[in-house]
Every structure is written in structure tokens, then in C-alpha cells.
Design a protein around this ligand. Structure first.
Ligand code: ZN
Length: 487
């Protein structure tokens, strides 16, 4: 969890004055684009871990660090004297030489497709050698889809299948063999689902045509470690997830509204222009312009270089909080809330940026999400500040911005504990001196998810996270009347 304690030690402490933080929001909006441009990576899917690694371009070829590639899969160590690089993976030894294409694995020769490289004691291997190299180390079949930079180890692929219900209005049911968690964006006539961490593969053909005038066709593509499914239509589309996240139902927005559904699905998250608190509508419903919907800010803690707790050797808290946040977004949206996520990618944000974005958005509720391998169930935190009587004008000390909202924060916290207990989570609430809760001027809680009885498997289980997200959303919905727009 790694809370940043000690609110008093902030360098620019003083007062938060509305209107001085626009540069911060600009930064939030620009950052993901800058990261994206140089983000060339390989995705690795195995039964024990799903991870991405950066690709390095050397002399016109693509390379990846071999130790980093094997590390999540077994016991691995390396030694280098600058010229030779020795690797031990489980009981296998390998010996490679900088600048040479020939090396030895377990006493037998191996020929790379391009020279092996050593940089800062890291051994780098050409991507074009992986299909031949990895079976020498691993005992499971691999499938390396080189142009897309997606490496499947063992039987992990998730198959999609389509079924069009061509009633009027039509519905497209997209079913997967395991739960999925894509980023979904919509644009006129198209709905895009990008799978960054799911080993989704082609539905059989790259393009499927439907004999329908509204939902016309779907296509599959994969590149830079991601898979993408696009659905084209003559009308704007809406996607909703089943609770087990194995089925995505896609239908025209107009028909979904007519059918009286409140589900707004995981609405548009344009990758080049992620929703920010400056533009909360961007992540709200694309159908419902009801201005009375309460805005909830969901904040996946940590991100980017700031990884949070190391939940295992390969699992970072920042990745668990992001997946958990996406589930909570969906659960809140189907209960009629507008939702802004402070990050919807592996992006770094400071605690001040998080608080500033939240305060400017004038949300009804702020929920920060953490994860830990310690304890069990869920811990719900509110700020430890002393409650202060309101009406100090618009100037609240930055470090005590939470004080006026604290009574309501505690009500939210108690409601979450109650609902989580109903869903069999051992849960408790407590106060802690932690940021950015102290700096948020509206009801604010932090929820830290811990495993139940299955350890880390619980923390990464979509079902477990979904059950917790539904409990939190039930709690917030149960007191929605008290969560008006603040200020
Ligand atoms: Zn944390």
C-alpha cells in the first residue's frame, strides 16, 4: 500500500486556491500520449504470470532482456564479466558471448538469428530467436506471434465467439472462454475493445460480416502486444459486461435507452485523450445527459514507476488497483453514477495531482483503491483529520481540505464495510493519516483489497475483485441521496 504519511511535510504547504492548478490537469492530459509514442513492448501470457517487457531497438533489430523474460516463469540468475553472460534457469545453464551469434544451452550449441548483446550486465536476445530459444528452457509449448509481439506459453489463449441476435434492435453477444478486461472506446460507427492483459486470440477469421443493417461487421487485429476487436455499425454502439466478465453485449445506444437499461457500460475512453477530471463528461455516459447523475472519482493508486507494494515477485500493486478500478467503474455506472478514473493506463500521477483533479471535478465521492497481500478481506480507510466545522469560505488549508466532508466520509466507509460483509468479505474501517484523502474536499475513502483464503490468486481473480467492486458500489448507491455535488 505504501501510504505517504506526514501531511505536514509537504514543501508547498499552504492553501489550495481554486484556479491555480490548470497546468497540472494539462499534464495529466498530455502524459499518456507522450508515454505511448515510445512504448514498444512484448506481452507474455503464461499460466503463472501475464506481463509486458520493453523492446529495445539495436542496429535495426528488436531485442528483449532474457533474464527479465524468464524471471516470472522460474528460478533464474545471471552473471556477467562484460564479455560472457552466464544464465541459470531452474536446473539449466546457458553461456552466451557479447557480439556472438553462437552460444551454449545445457552443453548444446544454440545459434541466434543476430548477435547476442550485453548491456550493463543485461543479456539481450533478438526477438526473432525467441521461438527457437524458449523451448530450450521451458517445458511447455510456446506460440510466439512475432509481428504482434505476443508470446503465449502453454495453453492460455482466450477464444472469442460472436453471436448476432438480429431482432430489432439487434444485439451482438461476444463470449470469451475466460473473463476479460478490455479498454473500450467508442467513436461514430465503431466500438473498439483493446485487450492489453488478456491473451485473447482471433475468433477464427480476421473479419466477420453480419447480415444486419445496423451492426455490420467485426474485425480482429493485434499489434505491439495488444489484441483488438472492433465492431462497426451504422449507429453509435454501447457495450455492457456480464457480471462474470465473459460476455460483452453490444447494442445500438438508442435501443439500449429505449429498453430502459441504465447500463452505460465502460463508455468511451479515447486512448489519445483519456478522461480527466477537467473533462469528467468524457468518461460519463455517452447516452445519458442527465445532469443529476452523481460523479464518482475512482483512483487506482500508484502507477508508472511508482509500483506500490510488490505483492509477489512479478505482481505489482499498481496493476491490481487498475483492474479493480475498471471493475468498480462498471459497477458504479450500472448503478447510475458517472465515473471518472484518474488513470486508465499505467500512468504515474502524484498525490497532489490526484487531489487537485478530484477537487476541480466537484465530484460527489472519491474512492482510492489499494491492494495488499497482508491480512484478509478489505480495509476501508478515512482521513484521521479532526472534523472541522464548515464555512471557512472557499479557502481550505490544503492539508485539511477533507475536514468538512469527514462526517460523510465516515458514513460512506461504514456503508462499504456493511455491504462487503454481506458479500463475505472480512472488512473493517479505520482512520489513517494518509494522502491524498486529507487533501480531497469531498467525501473520500480508500479501500484496500486483501486476499481471502487463496492468497495472491484472490487478488488477481476477476471474480473476487468483481464481488468487492459490487459491494462498494452497492454501498455508495445506498447513500446516493447524501452525496450531492459539493461546493
Ligand atoms: Zn497502495
Amino acid at each position: 500500500m505504501r501510504w505517504l504519511l506526514s501531511p505536514g511535510r509537504r514543501r508547498n504547504s499552504g492553501f489550495w486556491v481554486p484556479g491555480t492548478e490548470y497546468w497540472v490537469l494539462l499534464l495529466i492530459a498530455v502524459l499518456p500520449v507522450a508515454v505511448r509514442a515510445e512504448d514498444k513492448h512484448i506481452s507474455v501470457y503464461s499460466p503463472v504470470a501475464i506481463y509486458t517487457l520493453p523492446i529495445l531497438d539495436r542496429a535495426g533489430r528488436e531485442y528483449v532482456g532474457l533474464l527479465e523474460l524468464l524471471e516470472p516463469l522460474g528460478r533464474v540468475s545471471s552473471q556477467s564479466d562484460g564479455r560472457h553472460w552466464r544464465l541459470r534457469y531452474n536446473a539449466l545453464d546457458a553461456d552466451f558471448t557479447a557480439g556472438k551469434s553462437q552460444g551454449k544451452i545445457h552443453g548444446r550449441d544454440f545459434n541466434f538469428t543476430a548477435p547476442f548483446l550485453i548491456e550493463n550486465s543485461r543479456g539481450l536476445v533478438p526477438l526473432t530467436s525467441l521461438s527457437a530459444l524458449l523451448p530450450r528452457f521451458l517445458r511447455t509449448p510456446i506460440n510466439f506471434r512475432e509481428p504482434a509481439r505476443r508470446l503465449f506459453i502453454g495453453d492460455v489463449a482466450i477464444q472469442p465467439s460472436f453471436r448476432l441476435d438480429s431482432a430489432n434492435p439487434p444485439r451482438l453477444l461476444l463470449t470469451f472462454t475466460a473473463p476479460v478486461n478490455p479498454t473500450i472506446s467508442t467513436e461514430p460507427g465503431r466500438l473498439r475493445m483493446v485487450f492489453k492483459r488478456d491473451p485473447v486470440v482471433s475468433p477464427g477469421s480476421q473479419s466477420i460480416s453480419f447480415d444486419n443493417q445496423v451492426i455490420t461487421h467485426a474485425s480482429y487485429s493485434e499489434s505491439n502486444g495488444d489484441a483488438e476487436l472492433d465492431v462497426s455499425a451504422s449507429e453509435p454502439l454501447l457495450a455492457t459486461f456480464s457480471p462474470d466478465r465473459r460476455t460483452i453485449t453490444i447494442s445500438p445506444i438508442a435501443s439500449a435507452a429505449q429498453a430502459g437499461t441504465t447500463a452505460n457500460g465502460p463508455t468511451q475512453q479515447n486512448p489519445t485523450q483519456p478522461p480527466t477530471a477537467a473533462n469528467p463528461a468524457a468518461s460519463g455516459a455517452n447516452t445519458n445527459t442527465n445532469s443529476h447523475r452523481i460523479l464518482a472519482i475512482v483512483d487506482p493508486a500508484h502507477g508508472g514507476d511508482e509500483r506500490g507494494a510488490a505483492l509477489s515477485d512479478t505482481l505489482a500493486e499498481k496493476d491490481v488497483t487498475l483492474g479493480f478500478a475498471r471493475l468498480l467503474r462498471h459497477e458504479l455506472e450500472i448503478r447510475g453514477f458517472a465515473v471518472t478514473m484518474l488513470r486508465d493506463a499505467d500512468t504515474a500521477l502524484t498525490l497532489d495531482q490526484r487531489a487537485t483533479a478530484t477537487n476541480l471535478a466537484r465530484a460527489g465521492i472519491y474512492i482510492s483503491l489499494h491492494a495488499t497481500s497482508q491480512g484478509s478481506g478489505a480495509h476501508v480507510y478515512t482521513s484521521l483529520l479532526p472534523v472541522e466545522t464548515p464555512s471557512k469560505g472557499i479557502f481550505h488549508p490544503w492539508n485539511a481540505a477533507q475536514a468538512p466532508a469527514l462526517p460523510l466520509s465516515r458514513i460512506v466507509s461504514a456503508a462499504i464495510v456493511t455491504e462487503l460483509q454481506k458479500k463475505d468479505f472480512a472488512s473493517q474501517s479505520s482512520s489513517a493519516s494518509l494522502r491524498p484523502l486529507n487533501n480531497v474536499s469531498m467525501p473520500a475513502v480508500a479501500v484496500e483489497l486483501a486476499p481471502a483464503t487463496n492468497g495472491l490468486a484472490d487478488l488477481t481473480s476477476a471474480n473476487y475483485q468483481q464481488r468487492a467492486a459490487a459491494g462498494i458500489a452497492d454501498a455508495i448507491a445506498s447513500i446516493r441521496d447524501r452525496l450531492g455535488v459539493q461546493q
